[in-house]
Design a binder for this molecule. Sequence first.
Ligand SMILES: [Fe+2]
Ligand SMILES: [Fe+2]
Length: 287
Amino acid sequence: MTQGEGHVSGAGPGAEITRTGDPDYDFGGACFDLDKPGDREIVRFILSQALFGEATGVYCGKSLYAAGSLEAARFYVRQAKQELAHLQLFADIFRALDMKPVPAHWVVKLLSSHNNYYPLKVLMEHAIGEGMVLDIFKDLLLQTLPDSDPRVPLIKKKLRLVCREEEEHIAWGEKETRRLLAEKPWLKTPYFGLLELQMSVLPMLVRAFEKRAGNHPVLVHLPGFLAHVQRRVYEQGKALGFVPDTRPGAAKRAAAMSFGLAVFARSQFARSESKLEKIYIEELGLG
Ligand SMILES: [Fe+2]
Ligand SMILES: [Fe+2]
């Protein structure tokens, strides 16, 4: 396992995110032109997905109910506040660029849908979901918004702040994923199946732009960027210990996906179980 981003304080001691040693995807200096209507449409689409993601991110507050320690409770309160602030920051970016958001793409809605089953929420939203959010903010937006545009430096300053906080959220998600896997090793297979499913719907998100991809300096990178994100997520899953080193054959993958879907389907009817009132005395060191 390799780690790239250094210590992240909010997720507690030893929490580092499992970015591989790979460099971030390189867009080769390609940028959008924020004065061109076609480019503005694409940036509007990307920012609209981000805005929706931040709005649903606030529901991490719901994990407070399932938090199994005071550390977890503290984290979710802090994260919910940060996600609310991100929502506002993206609204500021829309205003700065004189844009109005469009509804979120169905893939983004699917990937960010709330899950009441805590182990799935932790893996799918915090570890993997927010990991991909960071790819979009850090690799895509920070590289392809043009510094020559007078509105961009302030926007990038806001985005960098968001990225730092997203790194903390991922670090937490990964730490919790490791803990849950140690506690419930049977989760490995459904986790792997769900990751396969998530990776299989990802290309549908960029399909709308494929026709234009050939002659646009940024869009031409989309297939490469998509492959980079998928590769990085598989590496993340390997580092967390639920993705096998060599990709299993189609039958095993299909079985893992069915298991993942079954756990996911069951999770849709799960009621989250409250914890703090059962553990507070011990957690406070008064036991
Ligand atoms: Fe966020
Ligand atoms: Fe986040």
